[in-house]
Design a protein around this ligand. Structure first.
Ligand code: NDP
Length: 342
């Protein structure tokens, strides 16, 4: 036995709609010493992501749900404290999936060793990690933006949306971002170089979006659903491509909303405009595209063509509130929880 203890946040109850602080519980547990092939990790940074909300529900999705009492899932940047895995030693910094806890014993195989001198280690959780890869693979595989086309993306100041827009610009497209509030809209235009941005909370949002897209929309990268999709649909051009990446506007829904059945009208649009709508889970594209992603994005960062913004939260104890806020757009940039000093 090591005398190391982990402080961890577990799923205490399945949320009904919006998660509450009482859906989470903090526990302390002694850890067993690492066995052959395992390492003991200390969490430095924890990534908070919208997909975690789906894992809190009962029922099968593209990944199995968490059980009550399980440690909340999550990507981490962690330091190796003790290693019984040949390729890692104490002090190495790795990308792991240790979840919402201060320490963990995990298999060494599959951990990505990071070079803290090459890029700030927390970037492995976003621009050089899962969310950056999601943007890269979904946009280039399904969206296939061409020079001069109009690309629209919502949650545009967040880690996926910001990368979608910047990569589309690199590919020569005209990019319109959709974001919540004036500050986020200003950021995507002034800092990220989008051509225009529209606030989805504005009362005349649909009209503003139409004005920002005078040539219609060729690629709509779907991150949110809801009223944003309603405003996008009439603007889609013939042969438009729609990578369906996420539907964060619906993650806290309790039931299917009542109202008229609009599916026939939507399928009519799909037919008449020869739309390509394809969902994807980034992991299905990882094996094939991860090397190209790391090479391209590392190069774009070095050339100053890709930027990012972190919304850094101090302390594991603040993860539940930050996560609840993330689902409501209270974050500004990639939510990273700093659990321990680098
Ligand atoms: P963000 O950090 O951007 O956070 C979500 C953002 O969504 C909020 O900040 C908010 O931004 C926006 N939002 C929330 N509610 C609404 C609403 N009702 N209408 C419009 N916008 C809303 O998230 P990520 O960049 O990490 O993820 C973006 C999407 O990508 C999510 O749907 C996520 O589930 C999905 N995803 C999918 C993956 C895949 O493999 N398919 C992998 C990774 C992520 P604002 O204030 O600007 O509205």
């Amino acid at each position: 036995m090591t005398d190391i203890q982990t402080t961890r946040i577990v799923l205490a109850a399945r949320p009904e709609g919006r998660p509450k602080p009482s859906d989470f519980r903090t526990e302390t547990q002694a850890l067993k010493a690492p066995q052959d092939g395992q390492v003991l990790l200390e969490t430095l940074y924890l990534s908070l992501d919208p997909y975690m909300r789906g894992r809190m529900n009962e029922g099968e999705s593209y990944a199995p749900p968490m059980a009550l009492g399980d440690v909340m899932v999550g990507g981490t940047v962690s330091r190796v404290v003790e290693s019984r895995y040949p390729n890692l030693k104490a002090g190495d910094v790795v990308l792991s999936a240790a979840g919402w806890q201060t320490h963990a014993v995990v298999d060494g195989k599959g951990l990505r060793k990071l070079d803290p001198d090459a890029a700030p280690p927390s970037t492995a959780l976003h621009v050089l990690g899962m969310t950056g890869f999601t943007a890269y693979s979904g946009l280039l595989t399904i969206g296939q933006p061409k020079e001069g086309e109009t690309v629209v993306v919502a949650a545009a100041s967040g880690p996926v949306g910001s990368m979608v827009g910047q990569i589309a610009r690199i590919r020569g497209a005209r990019v319109v971002g959709i974001a919540g509030g004036a500050d986020k809209c200003a950021y995507v235009v002034d800092e990220l170089g989008f051509d225009a941005a529209v606030d989805h909370r504005a009362p005349d949002f649909a009209k503003q979006l139409a004005q920002a897209c005078p040539d219609g929309i060729d690629v709509y990268f779907e991150n949110v659903g809801g009223p944003v999709w309603d405003a996008v649909q009439p603007l889609l051009n013939l042969y438009a491509r729609i990578p369906v990446c996420g539907l964060v506007a619906h993650y806290n829904d309790k039931d299917v909303a009542e109202g008229p059945d609009r599916l026939p009208a939507m399928m009519g649009t799909v037919l008449k405009k020869s739309l390509t709508i394809r969902g994807f889970i980034m992991s299905e594209l990882m094996e094939e595209q991860m090397p190209a992603f790391l090479k391209d994005v590392t190069g774009w960062i070095a050339e100053g063509r890709v930027r990012w913004r972190e919304d850094m939260v101090e302390g594991l104890e603040n993860a539940p509130d930050a996560f609840i806020g993330l689902l409501e757009g209270k974050n500004f940039g990639k939510v990273v929880v700093k659990v321990a000093d680098l």
